[in-house]
Design a protein around this ligand. Structure first.
Ligand SMILES: CC(C)(COP(=O)(O)OP(=O)(O)OC[C@H]1O[C@@H](n2cnc3c(N)ncnc32)[C@H](O)[C@@H]1OP(=O)(O)O)[C@@H](O)C(=O)NCCC(=O)NCCS
Length: 132
């Protein structure tokens, strides 16, 4: 999983230290080829660490991972998902995420390692409200 994330330049240094992080992986034959994570802060959560191995992309796995995370988030009473992305704006727009200014993101999320130091300032911030 770490190798997969590192391969895309996604943050891994804080995986062990993040306070309330859940990760889901897709694996077969002892190999992880998909991963997604949710770092929760009250009613908001950071969608992070989404990656699908190049050999398995464009088969719907990315969408399935996000749909699974959203379902888990909703049943956990998360109301808003936030993410940072450099390369997947179109992917997320197609499933209801909107670009927003980092200033409008709750402080707890802006203080995460991913927001404050690990992800480049050039990364776009996107958000989606979940139905209650
Ligand atoms: C973004 C990412 C996770 C998408 O994963 P994926 O498994 O390819 O995603 P999907 O297959 O669900 O969807 C990708 C595209 O393939 C299309 N697709 C899905 N199933 C398909 C199929 N059976 N045949 C053809 N196309 C298909 C989707 O419509 C989608 O099209 P779009 O990009 O125009 O919206 C992947 O590209 C990735 O790991 N990128 C690098 C890491 C990254 O940027 N992560 C985001 C940081 S938060």
């Amino acid at each position: 999983m770490v190798a997969l994330l590192k391969g895309f330049g996604l943050p891994t240094n804080d995986l062990a230290s993040a306070s309330d992080l859940r990760l889901w992986v897709v694996e077969a034959e002892h190999s992880v080829f998909g991963v997604i994570g949710m770092e929760r802060f009250g009613t908001c959560a950071l969608l992070r660490s989404l990656a699908v191995a190049p050999s398995h992309q464009k088969r719907g796995i990315g969408h399935q991972l996000v749909a699974h995370l959203e379902k888990e988030a909703q049943s956990d009473r998360v109301e808003q998902l936030v993410l940072l992305t450099e390369a997947a704006e179109t992917f997320f727009r197609a499933i209801g995420y909107e670009v927003t200014d980092r200033r409008y993101i709750p402080d707890e999320i802006r203080r995460t390692a991913e927001f404050s130091s690990l992800c480049p300032a050039s990364a776009l911030c996107m958000t989606k409200s979940l139905p209650s």
